[in-house]
Design a protein around this ligand. Sequence first.
Ligand SMILES: [Zn+2]
Length: 92
Amino acid sequence: MNKLLVKCIRCGKQWEKESAIAWGPDAFSSSLCSDCFVEVAKETIRRKQKNEGNFDCFGTADTYCDQIACKYRRWCLHLQQDEEAQPLTMAR
Ligand SMILES: [Zn+2]
């Protein structure tokens, strides 16, 4: 699997993600890191949560959230970089 360098456009943090495409050594993709994404998106997402009849709690959970059906949960809990990981085992 090839690696693509991803740079956060807000804080400059860099990380790698796996990519099906072979990129040159200078290629990188601009994105937002987990922390910056939550900062930038929380106002909008909280408004959506309210409109959809849910708690407007986006960005307030630390590592655990019981709102399993919430569609913003994986971003809120910074899970979006682990999409290929095993499904989370729910500790109850
Ligand atoms: Zn950032």
